[in-house]
Each structure stands twice: as C-alpha cells, then as structure tokens.
Design a protein around this ligand. Structure first.
Ligand SMILES: Cc1cc2nc3c(=O)[nH]c(=O)nc-3n(C[C@H](O)[C@H](O)[C@H](O)COP(=O)(O)OP(=O)(O)OC[C@H]3O[C@@H](n4cnc5c(N)ncnc54)[C@H](O)[C@@H]3O)c2cc1C
Length: 417
C-alpha cells in the first residue's frame, strides 16, 4: 500500500463504501482498505481494542459482544469500517451524551503521502489527529487505530417508544429525555398542518441482566440469529409517489404508536433496522436515491425544522425514513455535529427532487445549519462554503501539510475542499 500511496499523483482511501456519495472515490486512484482486517490487541481492563482500519464495526461486535463489550458510538449500519467511522467521525443515537466516534479513539496510525506511517493522538500531532477525525480521508490513509469499547451486561436494549403529535411535542419529549443513553425520532415527513413533524421517539438503554425475563437471563449476551429479509427487485418508479409515500409514513406511524411503551428489543433491531433488509436501496427504483442530512443550531432548530418539513410536505416527495436526533456539544476541528438537531432523509431521484434539495440547502443556511459530508452526493461548492466557517482553516491545514495535491476525492474536487 505504501508504494501505491507514494507513487500515485493523487488518491483517496475507501472503507466499506457506505457513505452515500462520492467521498470514497477518486477518478484516478482509490485505495481499498478492506484487506486491513485484523484485530490486533484487546485490553480488558480499559476496553481498548487495537485494530486495522478495514475491520468493520459488525466484526468487532461479533467478536466482543459475547464477552460483554459494545462500540461506544455506532452509526445506523454496522457495515462500516473503522477507518470510515473515524474519517467521517460518525455519530450515533447517543451524541447528546457520548459525543461522536472521536470520543472513543485513543490514537490512529496514519499513512502520509511519502508512504510513512505516523501515530497521532491528543498528545502526538494533535492537529493532524483532530482534522483526520471528520476529515473524510483528505489527510491521509488511516491504517490502524486504538478505540475504547463500552462494557455491557446484555445484548438487549430497553426501548421506550413515545408517539408525539407534532414537532414541538417531539422536541419537548427529546429535551426531557436528555438522561436517556440513546434517543432518536422517526418523523412522518409528509405530515402537514396539525400533523407537521409528528413522530415516534425511541429511547434506549442497555438492558441489565435484572431487566430480562427469566428465559433470557441464562445467556444474556446472545440473541437468536434472525432471518434476513430482502428486496428482490428494483421497485418501479411509479410506485413511489406522493400517495404511496404518504400511506407508508402514516402506516408506520400508526403501527409504531400501537407499540408505544417499554419493550426489550435486541441490539440489531434497535441500532441497525436497515441492516436486516438486504438490498433496501432497491425500494427507490433503478434511478436510486439521494440523502440529505443537515444539523441546525439549538436556538434555530424548531423554526428551521418547521421550514424544512413544510417544504418537504408541500413538495409531496418524501422519505420512507426521516430521522431526527439531538446532538450535544460540538467537538473536533472539522466534524459534522454541533449542538442542536440533525435531520436525515432520503429522496428517490426524480426531476423535482434536485430543485427541492436546493431549497432545503437554502433553509439550512438561513438557519445557521451545516451539512454532513458522508451523506452528500450533490451539494454545490458555494453551499458548503456558505454553511461552514471552518472550511478556510481546513484548507489552510491541508495546504500547509501538502495534502491538497495528494489526497483528493471526487467529492473534495466538487466541493473545492
Ligand atoms: C444505512 C446507513 C446508515 C447510516 N447511519 C449513520 C449514522 O447514524 N450516523 C453517521 O454518522 N453516519 C451514518 N451513515 C454513514 C456512514 O456511517 C459513514 O458514511 C461512514 O463513513 C461509512 O464508513 P465506510 O467504511 O463505509 O467508509 P467509505 O464510505 O468507504 O468512506 C467514507 C469516507 O471515509 C474515508 N475513509 C474510509 N476509510 C478510510 C481510511 N482507512 N483512511 C482514511 N479515510 C478513510 C473515505 O475516504 C471517505 O471520505 C450511515 C450509512 C448507511 C448506509
């Protein structure tokens, strides 16, 4: 790998390819890291795991959950590599308490443009460490890392589902649940007028053995393997219209409301609902879909979310799953999260969607928000630069370390990073 990194004029690292756009593609050279798949060392006294960058979070869970360890922070799919999780500085449903992935990273080994490997941490080249976490591969190739896992007693989650009638009510519930370890809301993005922003809020806690029914207490760290469902063919574009999406959202809300209250659910169902449906992307048809994810500062979250949801509902082209999360304090030089609310949605690609997305970009900027690079595939450079005042410093750091010419992605070129 070092020969390739040294000799290619410019390149980008690729993990598991779970980012939604072109951040892990370089038209001239893309460095595959899936072969870096070894877990090297584990210290049970601190929970520190040293592993290569291509190891997926799902591999870590398979190896360590049976011994009572789980990732401190996880995104909504376990099929991401350690390198990809670090480069995007991913967030989970616990950002309000535990911050982003960086909070479990002790150090990284980074391959630089001359092919040498440098260890970075808060104590060793803190600037490079800081910018690599969230730097989308634009500071080098992460080859290995030391992360800390969290001890858990069981493989189960105590889930509390609360149905809320509108956005204000939903945000009130989330604000009142700041002590919950995990919180996330699924929003009916086509709800209008009195139903605008109605949602199911799902809180979660790692269950303790004493929370489990008797028959589950004997093997608390195991769940039965589940049958994988799959979407066998691409659905025709015709099935995706205002009426079918609205019907799906209403049905999902209604079924979810009937399940409100407390339940014990397994870790896969709570953290990774999409992972159990192979080829879920096919529901958007052959043209595929695009994601939109922004974060709005706390003070303008309610007005900004209201404007975004009203725009989406009136366009009538919504998402199967719109997800709202509360972020805690901002940390990191270039990481996405800031204190406030983040909204993530996907839209089937069709003629109207790109114009709608431009309107959503504008609303986000007007409310002081910014965008998640791991979900972007179509933003304009001016949009990104208008939304994030940290970009100048990121570019200066890249230039001063001579990264700009060497580590590039199709996304970094499109967005002039
Ligand atoms: C169903 C689904 C749910 C998701 N939910 C969430 C969520 O809840 N929260 C969240 O934060 N994200 C979420 N994501 C996005 C995902 O976590 C990120 O895109 C993550 O970066 C993907 O990791 P990857 O290994 O697939 O990386 P890739 O997609 O391969 O790459 C992503 C970025 O990381 C860089 N990179 C990858 N490996 C390395 C390396 N070894 N060294 C340097 N740079 C590297 C790439 O250059 C690229 O810029 C979700 C994605 C999906 C598909």
């Amino acid at each position: 790998m070092s020969t390739i990194v040294r000799s290619e004029p410019n390149l980008i690292a690729r993990g598991s390819g779970r980012a939604y756009g072109d951040s892990a593609i370089n038209p001239s050279a893309t460095v595959e890291t899936r072969h870096l798949n070894r877990m090297i060392r584990f210290d049970p006294s601190s929970g520190q795991l040293v592993a290569e960058a291509g190891v997926q979070l799902g591999d870590i869970i398979s190896a360590f959950l049976p011994h009572g360890w789980f990732p401190l922070v996880t995104p909504g799919t376990r099929f991401v590599s350690l390198g990809g999780a670090i480069a995007a500085d991913v967030h989970g449903k616990n950002h309000h308490n535990d911050g982003s992935f960086r909070n479990c990273v002790d150090w990284i080994d980074l391959m630089r443009q001359d092919g040498t490997i440098k260890r970075c941490s808060l104590d060793e080249d803190a600037e490079l460490f800081d910018y690599t976490l969230g730097g989308m591969g634009l500071t080098g190739v992460i080859v290995r890392a030391a992360i800390r896992l969290r001890p858990v007693e069981t493989a189960w989650i105590r889930q509390t589902t609360i149905s809320t009638d509108n956005l204000a009510n939903c945000m009130q519930v989330i604000e009142g649940a700041q002590n919950a370890t995990y919180s996330v809301a699924w929003i009916d993005c086509l709800g209008q007028a009195a139903n605008l922003g109605r949602a199911l809020v799902m809180l979660g806690e790692h269950a303790e053995v004493s929370d489990l029914p008797l028959d589950m207490k004997a093997a608390p760290l195991q769940i039965k393997p589940k049958k994988m469902r799959s979407v066998p063919v691409y659905l025709p574009a015709l099935t995706l219209n205002r009426y079918s999406l609205s019907a799906f959202n209403s049905l999902y809300y209604w079924i979810g409301s009937r399940k409100r209250g407390d339940r014990i659910v397994d870790w896969k169902s709570y953290f990774y609902p999409l992972d159990s449906i192979a080829g879920w992307n096919k529901i958007y048809g052959r043209k595929g879909f695009v994601q939109f994810q922004c974060v709005l500062p706390l003070e303008s979250s309610e007005s900004g979310l209201t404007a975004l949801l009203a725009e989406i509902a009136s366009a009538g082209t919504g998402s199967f799953l719109s997800v709202l999360k509360r972020f805690g304090k901002q940390s990191g030089a270039f990481s996405f999260p800031m204190e406030g609310y983040t909204l993530a949605l996907d839209f089937p690609v069709n003629a109207k969607v790109f114009a709608l997305l431009d309107r959503l970009d504008r609303i986000t900027i007007e409310h002081g928000g910014r965008f998640y690079l791991a979900k972007d595939s179509r933003m304009r450079s001016e949009t990104l630069h208008a939304s994030d005042e940290r970009i100048g410093d990121f570019q200066t750091m890249r230039e001063s370390r001579e990264f700009t010419a060497h580590f590039r992605s199709a996304q970094s070129e499109r967005l002039e990073l």
